[in-house]
Write a protein that binds this ligand. Structure first.
Ligand SMILES: *Cc1c(COP(=O)(O)O)cnc(C)c1O
Length: 425
């Protein structure tokens, strides 16, 4: 399948019509970037200029948007996760439970703080960390659980919070794919001891690269602040204009994981458009759910407490009983050829991903037996393995189109799935 359509030909279903582009600059983004350019203040480490940095302003806006007390912007989602884990006390040799389906950062950040990622299986309908599997993975060495809200689903936060509390573990809520979703009418990212966000260019709120860690706990917030600015923190009272604003407190050693003033200005310009764009994606996704269900496909579910979904990706299952012998990879390739839109299998199980390869980094060989604890061969998680074979996903930018675009996507699936080869076992 898919090989009969050469790449240079127009995609049959679409003809020449383009898909919406991403990222999309908000009104005011260009002016905000120019303001920073001429301000002489490009970093939070620049001399004090007489008012709050762009970074402080964005932090206050995003904290207000989420309904959380503290927001510490970071250079990336990866940086936010690493500072969150260290702020929660995770260190050398500790175990951190992570979902078996996620982006590579869910494992690499745990390795990055010298801890051991322990993969747990996912719920077969939401693809998010299964609370029972997470609880079964707890050992005396466990320090934290990292929950990931994947594609458009929110994990079962009630159950995961209860597991963490029962075992005295920190809960880190990776909301890199969930800016603006709500669970019991409260924003995702505010349920963990720390919530983390990515503002990478693929994400629904973006400055190209960027991130943030959020918390209600002032002690964790202060630790994160130090961890991301080389052990420095902002003084309680601003200094005289022209003097440094960050104080070398010596409280906690850190690294440089700061967001630049350009990125902060861009995020402040983009944030006011987030809810409206999320609503467009949600309406289109709901239309598409109905259309694809008619063809026997099963759109991704979300946990019962979800009150508003954010679509970072649209994900759908090809049920094996309906389409025996079909692999997601082959269908994805054929649908991609029909649409000129990249439709591909969901993440591979993280322990089987080529991006999880701790043995390639000498820094992770901490001591005798440590590399064995990191060995991906320890795992075979059937639900994650099955998902990689039978689910497809595409990026949220396509959901910024109109109803006709959703009908095109459904038509492409219909064509591909009705070919004789699709029904052959
Ligand atoms: C994107 C992403 C990250 C990493 O964010 P970066 O900004 O790319 O470092 C972490 N976790 C999840 C679930 C992500 O989707």
């Amino acid at each position: 399948m898919g090989t009969d359509t050469a790449v240079h030909e127009a995609p049959p279903v679409r003809g020449g019509r383009p898909w919406p582009r991403w990222p999309r600059p908000a009104a005011g983004a260009a002016g905000a970037l120019l303001d920073v350019l001429h301000s002489g203040r490009w970093s939070i480490a620049s001399p004090y200029g007489g008012g709050p940095t762009r970074e402080q302003r964005f932090a206050a806006e995003f904290a207000d948007y989420l309904g959380t007390r503290h927001c510490i912007p970071t250079a990336s989602g990866t940086a936010a996760l690493m500072t969150a884990l260290e702020a929660c006390g995770v260190g050398a040799g500790d175990e951190v439970i992570v979902p078996a389906l996620s982006w590579a950062a869910s494992a690499s950040t745990v390795l990055g703080v010298n801890a051991v990622p322990v993969f747990a299986d996912v719920d077969p309908r939401t693809l998010c960390l299964d609370p029972a599997a997470a609880e079964a993975a707890v050992t005396p060495a466990t320090k934290a659980i990292v929950v990931v809200h994947l594609y458009s689903a929110l994990a079962d936060l009630d159950a995961l919070r209860a597991v963490a509390d029962r075992h005295g573990l920190a809960l880190v809520e990776d909301s890199a794919q969930a800016h603006g979703s709500t669970y019991r009418d409260r924003k995702a990212g505010t349920f963990g001891d720390v919530g983390t966000f990515s503002m990478h260019h693929t994400k629904v709120l973006t400055s190209g690269e960027g991130g943030a860690a959020v918390t209600d706990d002032p002690v964790l917030a202060r630790r994160i602040e130090h961890l991301r600015a080389d052990g420095r923190a902002r003084a309680g009272r601003p200094p005289a204009v022209g003097l440094p604003e960050l104080v070398e407190t010596g409280e906690l050693m850190g690294s440089n994981r700061c967001l630049s003033e350009f990125q902060a200005a861009l995020l402040s310009a983009q944030l006011p458009e987030l809810d409206a764009l999320n609503a467009v994606r949600r309406a289109n996704a709901e239309l598409l759910d109905g259309l694809l269900s008619e063809s026997g496909l099963r759109p991704q579910d979300t946990s019962a407490g979800t009150t508003a979904r954010t679509y970072f990706g649209y994900a759908v299952e090809l049920p094996g009983e309906e389409f025996p012998g079909l692999t997601a990879a082959a269908v994805g390739e054929a649908v991609t050829a029909e649409l000129g839109l990249h439709v591909r299998p969901v993440y591979a199980p993280l322990y089987a991903s080529p991006l999880y390869a701790p043995a390639t980094r000498p820094r992770f060989a901490l001591g005798p037996g440590h590399l064995e604890r990191l060995d991906p061969g320890r795992y075979d998680l059937p639900r994650a393995r099955r998902a990689a074979r039978s689910w497809l996903t595409f990026h949220h930018s396509a959901l910024l189109g109109d109803a006709a675009d959703m009908h095109d996507i459904a038509e492409a699936f219909r064509r591909v799935l009705s070919r004789p080869s699709a029904r052959a076992a």
